[in-house]
Write a protein that binds this ligand. Structure first.
Ligand SMILES: Nc1nc2c(ncn2[C@@H]2O[C@H](COP(=O)(O)OP(=O)(O)OP(=O)(O)O)[C@@H](O)[C@H]2O)c(=O)[nH]1
Ligand SMILES: [Mg+2]
Length: 375
């Protein structure tokens, strides 16, 4: 069944209406990637989110009442809040919305559902399951709290708590098992990387916000035919291609992996460490930026925050401003000036403009690195 979705975003009062709409547009793209349809979009400006239901309860009632007036075809069956909610807030909202046959997800639920739907490798599936346990687990523990608070009769409370204890133990055991399995993949990949190092192969990793054009760039620079789409999270796995460096006549490896997005909790990033291993071990990062996106500056900061989370913010990197064919009115001088320390280059992965210069910059870096290691 197609999910007909109501989107709600709670934003601080100082965020402009325009930025608010752009946040909702991103959420809508995520819903489309998942295969759902958006029927209503709501923004609530609120300094502090509601303690019980995150969105103010008046607002929720208003949304539900409006939904009732729609005909059967248009009625929503899913409500997504564009934020990270506390377990009790999801529980309370769920209590209100199930009466109207509407399910409630937060932003991370949606991202996890997309990953789950699109992941193919066993490794990616394990990482997603781990992330889901880390994200959903506290809801079950939180539910324990809810039941204790609400439980009238001693008997019912006892039963509720016992079930929750069983569930909690089950999830803990599953988490340990998944982590063990993932360790095996970590080892296999670490061995691959060791072998490459012994062959003196350097690795360059593409990083960036989702949809920036990382996979398109990988395809333009190597013979890999990676899946490219105007969707968020088109890539969920790591691909490594070979890049020929013409001056030194050497090969370097270029890897592409999952993109980043704002509001990813550290637990989720941690679950994906196995896929992100390639980035963590890379000799050089190419931070790919969609320069035609009006929000590109704030997206650069989101990516930098995640790199810090992964403890690799100090790795050598080149800022690659992509999609110049779509961004005719940008002020290149100002960008060059502002991001000067990250050796900014402008490219279009579509028209291939700027690619020789990018390869040149990569080669300079790799060769300088090799010379440094000799000294
Ligand atoms: N016009 C134009 N479109 C581009 C360019 N580079 C990529 N695109 C388009 O941007 C969209 C996203 O490209 P991808 O390469 O899938 O982006 P990605 O960064 O790998 O995205 P995820 O894997 O989802 O994180 C696709 O529709 C591409 O065709 C470019 O230089 N110019
Ligand atoms: Mg991709």
């Amino acid at each position: 069944m197609t999910q007909k979705t109501i989107l709600v975003d709670v934003i601080p009062p100082d965020i402009s209406k325009e930025e608010g709409m752009q946040r909702l547009d991103e959420l809508e793209s995520l819903v489309k990637t998942y295969g759902g349809i958006v029927v209503v979009k709501v923004i609530q400006k609120k300094g502090i989110p509601d303690y019980r239901t995150y969105v103010g309860s008046g607002k929720i009632q208003e949304v539900l009442t409006d939904n009732k007036t729609l005909d059967k075809k248009g009625k929503a069956n899913l409500l997504i809040i564009n934020n990270l909610l506390k377990p009790s807030q999801i529980f309370n909202l769920g209590e209100i919305c199930t009466k109207e046959n509407i399910e409630v997800w937060d932003r991370i639920d949606l991202i996890l559902k997309i990953f789950d739907k699109h992941a193919k490798s066993v490794e990616a599936k394990l990482q997603i399951e781990l992330a889901a346990i880390r994200h959903m687990g506290p809801r079950i523990y939180g539910l324990g709290l809810e039941l204790t608070r609400q439980g009238g009769g001693i008997g019912t409370r006892g039963i509720g708590e016992t079930n929750i204890q069983i569930m909690k133990r089950h999830l803990k055991r599953r988490e340990v098992k998944i982590r063990e399995k993932l360790k095996h993949y970590d080892l296999v990949q670490a061995n691959h990387r060791k072998q490459r190092r012994s062959k003196d192969l350097k690795t360059v990793s593409l990083v960036g916000y989702t949809n920036a054009g990382k996979s398109t760039l990988l395809n333009a620079l190597t013979k890999k035919g990676v899946y490219v789409a105007d969707k968020l999270f088109a890539t969920l796995e790591t691909t490594v291609g070979q890049l020929y460096l013409p001056q030194s006549e050497k090969i370097t490896l270029l890897s592409d992996t999952i993109g980043f997005i704002q509001d990813l909790p550290p637990d989720l990033i941690d679950a994906f460490k196995s896929t992100l291993g390639e980035i963590i071990d890379a000799d050089l990062l190419l931070h790919v930026i969609d320069v035609s996106d009006p929000l590109f500056e704030s997206k650069i900061l989101v990516v930098e925050d995640i790199l810090s989370e992964l403890e690799i913010s100090n790795k050598p990197k080149i800022y690659v401003f992509n999609k110049t064919d779509l961004a005719k009115n940008i002020n290149k001088e100002a960008i060059l000036d502002h991001y000067n320390s990250f050796l900014p280059v402008f490219i279009s992965s579509h028209t291939k403009e700027g690619l020789p210069n990018l390869v040149n910059q990569i080669e300079k870096h790799i060769m300088a690195d090799a010379i440094n290691q000799l000294i």
